[in-house]
Design a binder for this molecule. Sequence first.
Ligand code: FES
Length: 106
Amino acid sequence: MTWYKVAKDGNMKDGDLAKVKVDGIEVLIIKDGDNYFATSYLCTHEEYDLSEGFMDNHELICPNHFATFNPKNGEVISPPEGSGSISPLKSYKTKVENGDIMVELQ
Ligand code: FES
């Protein structure tokens, strides 16, 4: 596993979502309060780009059909109405070091 710098701490505000590409992998960086989280960026329902989504009450929401995910671990909070269950997002570890937001990828 390797840590990668993805952004500067302080450049994202609460609720911001940013898609970054590290080592060929695109990852969604989420700022929720003082915390940063990282998940895969494609909704597991119909692969909508979650960087176009939004945060509401600590939940990551896909704007396409309103699936909601837990940004801490990628778990599905609620699938789109009538869709049945959907898969969780991949979740990646994050940390802030020397003013940089870091994500751990394999
Ligand atoms: S594509 Fe995200 S809820 Fe349908």
